[in-house]
Every structure is written in C-alpha cells, then in structure tokens.
Ligand binder design. Structure first.
Ligand code: SAM
Ligand code: SF4
Length: 462
C-alpha cells in the first residue's frame, strides 16, 4: 500500500515567496500531504517562482526540463506526479508556461493559494490555470502551521503583513504580478505571531513588498501604520526580536523612526533600497525621492538609534545611466557605509516602461559597473564586519554550527555568528564577544551573564 501523498515545494526569489511556500505547504499538509525535501519521491511538485529579473524567470524553465525527466521516470514506474507552477512567473505568464512546458499541470498565481486543494484535485483530471485576483482575502482561508511545522522551521519566522505595490517604479514587475497594495488587519497578525511564539519562535520579521506602506485595520477601526503595528507586536509574549523588510524611502514616517528609538526588541538593522545615487535616474525610475531625501532618512534613523546599520538594493545600467550617474551611486555607498547591499544589472521586464526606454545600456557596461559596485559594497561590508571585532552583542542561537559543540546564531545585523554552546540553548539569546571576523561569519565566545531572555520567558510562564 502506498503511504501519504508527498509534497515538494521549491521556492525562488524573495522572502515573501519563502513565506508563501510555507503557507502552501500548511494548506496541503492539512489535506494529508507530507512534505519531502526530495523532488524524486514527491507526488506533487510546486515551483514557487520569481519574475523580478529575466534570469530568475528563465531558471524556472530549465528546472521544468529536469522535472519533465523526473515525471517521465515516475510514469514509467506507474506513479502519477503533478507539477504546479506558482508565484510571479505563474501570474505574469499564465498559459504561456504550459505552452512552453507541457509537463506543467497547474499554474497558480500568488493570490489563489488558499484554493490549492481544489485546484490540485482538478489538475489531476485536466490542466488548470488560476491567475485571478479573487475578492476574498487568501489569508482568511490559509490554515496556520502545526506547532511541529513551526518548530521544524526554526526560531526565526517571517510573517507577511502587506502585499502588492502601487508605486510603479518603471523597472519593476511587482505591481503587475502581485497586484495593488493591501494590508492584513492588526488582529490577524497578532494572532499569527502569538501562534508562532507559542510554538517556540523568538524572532519575527514582518514582511511586505513595501512593508512600511502598511495600513492595516487596527482594533480601533482605523488604519494603523507599520510603526504602530511594530509596537503592538513587540508586546506579544515570546517576541524577543523584531525586524521588518522591505521598506520604501517614500513611506518612512515619524512613527517608524520613533519605534527604532523606543523598541529594544526592534533590531538595529534596516534594509532600505536606494536603487541609484543619481537624482536623474531616480526620477526616471519613478522612485519619487532624491538622494538627499534618502541621506536625510539615514541621518534621522541613526539619530534615533545610534547603533543602526543599513543595507540596500541597487540597480546598475538603468536606461540612460551615464558614468557620472553611476559614480553618484558609488559615492552614496561610500558615504553611508552600508553593512551589506544587494546589487543587480538592470533587467528589462516585458510590460514595464523602462523595458522600452531609449538609451538601453550595453551589457558589457552593465557588467563592468556591477563589478565596480560590488567591490565598493564588499569594502563597506568588510569595514563593517571588521568594526565588530571585540564587540559584545546578543545572538539568537538558531541551529547547530560548523563544528561539534558549536551553534550558529544571528547577530542584530543578521551576521551568522559561530559560538561554542550546547544544542539545548537553541532558541536562546546569548550575549557574546566577537573574537574573529571571517569572510562570511563572525566567531564569538559566550560572555558571562546573560540568559535574561530565558528569565523573561520563564516569567511569562512560557
Ligand atoms: N519594494 C522594494 C523597493 O521598492 O525597494 C523592492 C522590491 S524588489 C522585489 C527587490 C529588488 O529587485 C529591488 O529593490 C530592485 O533593486 C531589484 N529589481 C527589481 N526590478 C528589477 C529589474 N527590472 N532589474 C534589476 N533589478 C530589479
Ligand atoms: Fe517594485 Fe518599486 Fe513597488 Fe518596490 S516600490 S515593489 S521596486 S514597483
């Protein structure tokens, strides 16, 4: 007799996709599926895709080639395998996916995940495409993860609080693939975070395409800002650390700056994409802020929280970008001293205004600028990490480390930190002193004191 049906979900792209993948798995495990990390043994394979750059989208088609072989082998062995494409490629390309990759049985857009069990049942009989933006809120219908699933995913969790985007940056597909901005009600977020914390989560990252555009309904019947939401979430028993991502400079308000001053649980690390240091390019990108506006926000955030570090996103080779424009980006990297940053070559995306702009930058120029920018970012990151040598800070211990007897955790700045500690301390916050800085990790020793966090939990009766 065959056992329970097995599900394999492979996630590409941003943290919102990682979160969605978990929620899809929760929906299907509630229907009797069991998750597997091995695609070859799955009865249902879901690729949760990313459409943000051409490379990301093309990756899906090469993966589908591999899955075609895997499915053929399963059919030869007398076993049916269903293949689903979810996420932003599904939303953007719909039927085209099945035309290019007939191995696909189901195409499902990001707003329809709550319908998955029904869609999967139908896809067993014929091909199904659902890329609607349904009127109902999918979050209302997605079941919460079981405590065992929460524990398996670790002590740091993401929670989507906002989706979609109304800002229409000229290079970006998100407003088309994820739809208009919408925010979940405060009460629902509090319920989800409380559920996660009861199952052992200690660090919560509130996520959204433009998370600081959050305007969800508060218990007082009014829209709450992200700042107000962060204050409420910080009060939930068990929440030891809070983060949020990704923010848009245009939505940074007084309240958000104030919570960085007021909430010790809010980690002093802010991901705030700038994209370009040139005002001319920022205008062409429709970012609706200047380089000076960005630097003012950085200054005010640092005034609110002196130990704040920043990371960012940059695009090089946007149409019309000159050497002078590009140098302005390098100047900002120098001036801000980012702890890290993501950088990309501009990728023309079908249907976005920038794809059709004149003055597309030749590929070799993009390649050369990206290399220079990445060098500058790397220098800045190394300087930041080196500055941590000898520092004492709190690390949330997450999982076994590189060597026996070691655990790895995250610093307030998301750096992986290796420290000697027994596995029983996973989920605890330990104060450490950094003794060595490697290229990708910090190495630290425990600093006597501080399991105050464990004490806090004990007090809360958790
Ligand atoms: N909402 C966030 C913001 O406004 O900063 C960004 C979200 S987007 C999913 C993540 C990053 O992908 C962007 O910050 C941008 O740097 C990059 N990106 C988006 N579209 C791109 C494109 N067409 N080519 C290259 N990079 C792109
Ligand atoms: Fe894309 Fe701009 Fe919206 Fe960010 S703000 S998701 S870059 S359109």
């Amino acid at each position: 007799m065959s056992g329970p049906r097995k599900l394999h979900v492979k996630s590409y792209g941003c943290q919102m996709n990682a979160y969605d993948s978990q929620r899809m798995a929760d929906t299907l495990t509630a229907e009797g599926y069991v998750e597997t990390a091995v695609a070859e043994e799955a009865d249902l394979i879901i690729l949760n895709t990313c459409h943000i750059r051409e490379k990301a989208a093309e990756k899906i088609y090469s993966e589908l080639g591999r899955i075609r072989e895997l499915k053929a082998a399963a059919t030869d062995a007398g076993r049916d395998v269903l293949v689903a494409v979810a996420g932003c490629v599904a939303q953007a390309e719909g039927e085209e996916i099945i035309r290019r990759a007939p191995v696909v049985d189901l195409v499902v857009g990001p707003q329809s995940y709550h319908r998955l069990p029904a869609l999967v049942a139908r896809a067993g009989r014929r091909r199904v495409i659902d890329t609607e933006f349904p009127p109902e809120d999918k979050f209302e219908f997605l079941p919460p993860p079981s405590p065992a699933a929460v524990r398996a995913r670790g002590v740091a969790a993401f929670v989507t609080v906002q989706e979609g985007c109304d800002r229409f940056c000229t290079f970006c597909v998100v407003p088309y693939t994820r739809g208009a901005e919408s925010s979940r009600p405060v009460a629902k977020i509090v319920e989800e975070v409380s559920h996660l914390c009861r199952a052992g989560v200690r660090e919560v990252t509130l996520i959204g395409q433009n998370v600081n555009g959050y305007h969800g309904l508060g218990p007082d019947g009014r829209p709450w800002s992200l700042g107000a939401l962060l204050r409420r979430v910080a009060d939930i028993p068990g929440v030891a650390r809070l983060r949020y991502t990704t923010s848009h400079p245009g939505y940074v308000d007084e309240e958000l700056i104030a919570v960085h001053r007021d909430l010790p649980a809010l980690m002093p690390y802010l991901h705030l994409p700038l994209q370009s240091g040139s005002d001319r390019i920022l205008a062409a990108m429709n970012r609706r802020h200047s380089q000076a506006d960005y630097l003012r926000i950085v200054e005010r955030m640092r005034a609110a929280r002196a130990d704040l570090a920043l990371s960012s996103d940059f695009i090089v080779g946007f149409p019309g970008e000159t050497e002078d424009d590009f140098r302005r980006t390098l100047d900002v990297v120098e001036e801000v001293g980012f702890a890290g940053a993501f950088s990309f070559k501009f990728s023309p995306r079908p249907g976005t205004p920038a794809a059709d702009m004149a003055d597309q930058v030749p590929e070799p120029v993009k390649v050369e600028r990206l290399a220079r920018l990445q060098q500058a970012i790397r220098r800045s990151q190394v300087a930041f990490n080196t500055g941590c040598l000898g520092a004492r800070f709190d690390v949330l211990l997450e999982k076994p480390g590189r060597h026996t007897g070691q655990l790895v955790g995250r610093s307030p700045y998301l750096q992986p930190v290796q420290v000697a500690a027994p596995a029983t301390l996973i989920g605890e916050i330990m104060t450490v002193t950094v003794i060595e800085v490697g290229p990708n990790s910090l190495f630290a020793t425990p600093t006597p004191n501080v399991r105050r966090d464990a004490a806090r939990l004990a007090e809360a009766g958790a």
